[in-house]
Design a protein around this ligand. Structure first.
Ligand SMILES: [Ca+2]
Ligand SMILES: [Ca+2]
Length: 219
């Protein structure tokens, strides 16, 4: 009887130690499948950040972010639920999924989360850069001068800005069209212009100015 009690209590101690070391843990962290707290999103031209839901497990938790397409990088197993993939190409789509595992001896893993994608930002100005003229400024009467920039190209779309640098004409403001006519000018007067473009991305990347060019209104 005493022997039986002794064996039972020893067994209990072994089980307790086992549980402490995680041998008895066969459950993956929750939630499983893993979920996203913040889905992948661009944090610049060369980086994408993402956050997994903070998982819970009595044995502690690690996270693994897997880049499934686009040629980005996996995180490896890490303690933090936040991951930023860096050294990426601009304007490129990358896809990720995440799973968690516990720190028990069994390393129980959750199922993968859904796969989510993000596109890195645009950080390149339109071409040509510097901007060039398609048609140099020329008088279209005694009070107006017309001009046309080269049609620029950019995956994010393009806007044009014509500036009158001399003497008393008007800037175009940002506009979608590559042609501009400055009106309300004085007869027989010389005006000078230059043009630049920018894209329509969040970064509004600008080209350098074109060379200046002048025209004289008709007398
Ligand atoms: Ca567990
Ligand atoms: Ca661009």
């Amino acid at each position: 009887m005493i022997l039986k009690k002794l064996i039972l209590s020893m067994l209990a101690v072994v089980l307790m130690i086992g549980a402490e070391k995680g041998w008895a843990d066969t459950d993956p962290p929750k939630p499983s499948p893993m979920t996203w707290e913040v889905v992948p999103h661009a944090t610049g031209c060369n980086s994408i950040s993402m956050t997994a839901t903070t998982a819970s497990d009595p044995s502690g938790v690690q996270y693994y972010f897997d880049c499934t397409s686009g040629g980005g990088h996996d995180s490896g197993w890490q303690d933090e639920p936040v991951y930023e993939d860096t050294g990426l190409e601009e304007l490129t789509q990358y896809s990720y999924r995440v799973r968690a595992r516990d720190k028990s001896k069994n390393l129980n893993e959750t199922d993968w989360s859904t796969t989510q994608s993000a596109v890195t930002e645009d950080c390149t100005a339109p071409t040509p850069d510097p901007m060039t003229w398609e048609v140099l400024p020329y008088a279209t009467g005694s009070t107006s001068i017309s001009m046309t920039a080269t049609t620029a190209s950019d995956p994010s779309g393009v806007r044009y800005y014509f500036e009158c640098t001399c003497c008393g004409g008007h800037d175009s403001g940002w506009q979608d069209q590559p042609a501009y006519t400055d009106t309300g000018l004085s007869p027989g007067t010389q005006y000078t212009y230059r043009v630049k473009t920018r894209d329509k991305s969040v970064n509004l990347n600008e080209t350098s100015w074109s060379p200046p060019a002048s025209a004289v209104t008709d007398s």
